[in-house]
Ligand binder design. Structure first.
Ligand SMILES: Cc1cc2nc3c(=O)[nH]c(=O)nc-3n(C[C@H](O)[C@H](O)[C@H](O)COP(=O)(O)OP(=O)(O)OC[C@H]3O[C@@H](n4cnc5c(N)ncnc54)[C@H](O)[C@@H]3O)c2cc1C
Ligand code: SF4
Length: 572
């Protein structure tokens, strides 16, 4: 197995600034254009803009698409929120339920065994509550959830009063060591070597210390990031080579209609440009099977840039659907302040980095009765508590302090610190014809590879959903006896975040039941090229409210099993 990674090598054990305090960083750790989230965030290379790698999008509100890219080994999994939710049975058959969007060519039952495996391998805390379209995990898959914060307990109690069920969150964080005795045999039945390596690796992962922000990464390997969980045991097999700083530009095709490999630029080699950057020498790697997993949009870009006489519109694009049906999550947030949470005794609430609790979508019955003015639903992510103060901790609190300063401001800060609560919705977007990407005819990146041009459109289903989020979150804050920072935005088009801003972009090479309507089959295998697979979010036929990464991992594992079996049968 050869893995080509466009970003640089990243070694979490030595590079993760887990225990650094904000005062040790420039600007006290505040975010900058280079380090958008904060100085210590694990994204060592990448962001909304990547130097030398432009993309094109409208700046018009509602038509804008923002593309977050990580350029480092392990990609965005080094700093993701680690919220790890299963899609439910409804989520694989949305068209059957309400006539909108597309059904997947698979059911929940097809993916469930792989959700089980991923949860067991990476370690996900949470509970099984038996709620509608919110699947239970079999015994032994989930780790116990952490204790909720005081603010979580208050949310839990008061949200119930407005009819919103709040339950323990699901995050890829080890609340206790993994079951290295029993899990390896369930993960890799019959493969003694894999079992041995996985067991040894699981023993080297510590349980969470509940003290450091997870977005910096975890050098004790208590949370999931590809660089600490997937790659080390894979490398230990001796069957994997990783080449970093290798920017893939296209898939190379042979005469027999099979992919023969990929072309890539070795970024750190070659002549220097006037700006001092290396031009990158172009290479080709050959392969029996080619797998694209460069993140949904980048995979689309590689396919569309792989033009040939047989594929003039881009590779695997006989349906014309490569780049189409791009989706993100619907997102909207409300912040509030709750006097009941003021002046609590000081305590460390840094644990879990948020989402100890969450609310799955709860209005299925009302939706069936036609009581809502939008299709599909959203879950609520929530936070509060007293985390280590940072440079922005008391920013923008004039609405509560009246603009106090000096001693009075310090007193206000001590009183108010820890009394803020935050609610964010993550909702389903229905794929539409106006949300897609294509190759821009003019703009190229620094290696001369044509870049993507994005088109974006929300439908009324999404904007109405965002408006619903605003009123729900306001209701919860008021039920807590709190005040919202700004009144609920009832105009959904203003309440909704820009396309791509939730960083849950999926679609663009959707899977389906026929080659006419989709790009891949149920295994992520492209209909047009038998030995070409897609194993990232590009294959999603819908984007349920559940954050996508657990499903990406489950589908990738499923596709890998299929590939190995087909290779053994000499069908690939
Ligand atoms: C701040 C943040 C919070 C998030 N929180 C959550 C969450 O809580 N739950 C959740 O489910 N999801 C979350 N996500 C989304 C999640 O990170 C992505 O869904 C997931 O990482 C997608 O995995 P991927 O492998 O497809 O893409 P990536 O993680 O982006 O990895 C793609 C890799 O491919 C490499 N690559 C790209 N182009 C090329 C090329 N041409 N040649 C070679 N290599 C290439 C990149 O450098 C990168 O390493 C979050 C994302 C962000 C940014
Ligand atoms: S809170 Fe826990 S899982 Fe997160 S970085 Fe710290 S030790 Fe690791």
């Amino acid at each position: 197995m050869l893995m080509l990674e466009a970003g640089r090598k990243y070694v979490p054990e030595s590079e993760t600034p887990m225990f650094q305090t904000p005062d040790l960083a420039p600007l006290n750790g505040a975010g900058t254009p280079d380090k958008r989230f904060d100085f210590y965030d694990a994204t060592v290379d990448g962001g909304w803009q990547v130097p030398g790698e432009p993309y094109v999008s409208s700046e018009e509100p509602g038509a804008r698409f923002k593309w977050w890219r990580a350029r480092m080994l392990g990609g965005r999994t080094n700093h993701w929120g680690r919220i790890a939710l299963r899609n439910g049975p409804y989520d694989f058959k949305p068209h059957t339920r309400d006539g909108l969007g597309f059904d997947w060519p698979i059911d929940y039952a097809d993916v469930a065994p792989y959700y089980d495996k991923v949860e067991r391998l990476i370690g996900v805390y949470g509970t099984s509550e038996g709620l509608e379209n919110t699947p239970n995990s079999p015994e032994g898959c989930l780790l116990p959830p952490p204790a909720p914060l005081v603010s979580d307990l208050l949310i839990l109690q008061r949200a119930r009063r407005v009819g919103v069920p709040v339950i323990p969150g699901h995050r890829a964080v080890l609340t206790r060591p993994l079951d290295f005795k029993n899990s390896p045999a369930l993960l890799h039945p019959g493969n003694v070597k894999a079992q041995r390596l996985i067991a040894a690796d699981m023993r080297r992962r510590a349980a969470c210390l509940w003290a450091t922000p997870c977005n910096r990464g975890c050098s004790i390997r208590a949370n999931y990031q590809s660089t600490t969980v997937h790659l080390p045991p894979a490398l230990a097999t001796g069957n994997l080579d990783i080449v970093t700083d290798a920017m893939v530009s296209q898939v190379v095709m042979g005469r027999n209609g099979r992919a023969t490999g990929v072309r890539f630029f070795a970024k750190t080699s070659g002549d220097k440009t006037r700006g001092g950057e290396t031009r990158g020498v172009e290479h080709e790697a050959s392969a029996r099977v080619v797998v694209l997993a460069a993140s949904a949009c980048e995979t689309v870009r590689i396919l569309l840039n792989s033009k040939s006489a047989s594929f003039p519109e881009g590779l695997a694009n006989s349906s014309g659907n490569v780049g189409r049906y791009l989706m993100d999550s619907v997102g909207s947030s409300v912040e509030g302040q709750v006097p009941l949470l003021e002046g609590l005794p000081p305590q460390n609430e840094d644990g879990a980095s948020g989402d100890a609790v969450y609310a799955p979508w709860w209005l299925y019955r009302e939706q069936r009765k036609g009581q809502l003015d939008f299709a599909r639903g959203y879950h609520i992510e929530m936070g509060g508590g007293r985390r280590m103060p940072g440079v922005g901790t008391m920013e923008g609190t004039e609405w509560l302090t009246g603009g106090s300063y000096g001693r009075r401001f310090k007193e206000d800060a001590r009183r108010l610190y820890g009394s803020f609560v935050y609610f964010s919705g993550r909702g389903e977007m229905i794929p539409n014809d106006g949300s897609y990407c294509e190759i821009d005819p003019v703009v190229k990146d620094r290696w001369g590879i044509p870049v993507l041009r994005f088109h974006w459109q929300w439908s009324a289903h999404e904007t109405r959903q965002a408006a619903h989020m605003q009123t729900t979150f306001t209701d919860i804050i008021e039920a807590m006896g709190g005040r919202v920072k700004s009144p609920a935005i009832t105009d959904g088009a203003r309440a909704i975040g820009a396309g791509g801003s939730i960083i849950h972009e999926v679609g663009g090479a959707i899977m389906g039941a026929t080659p006419q309507t989709s790009v891949t089959n149920a295994w992520g295998q492209t209909w047009d090229v038998k030995n070409l697979f897609v194993t990232d979010g590009a294959v999603f036929a819908s984007n349920a409210d559940k954050n996508p990464t657990l499903t990406i991992m489950a589908l990738a594992w499923r596709a890998a099993d299929h590939m190995v079996a087909a290779m053994r049968r000499r069908e690939l």
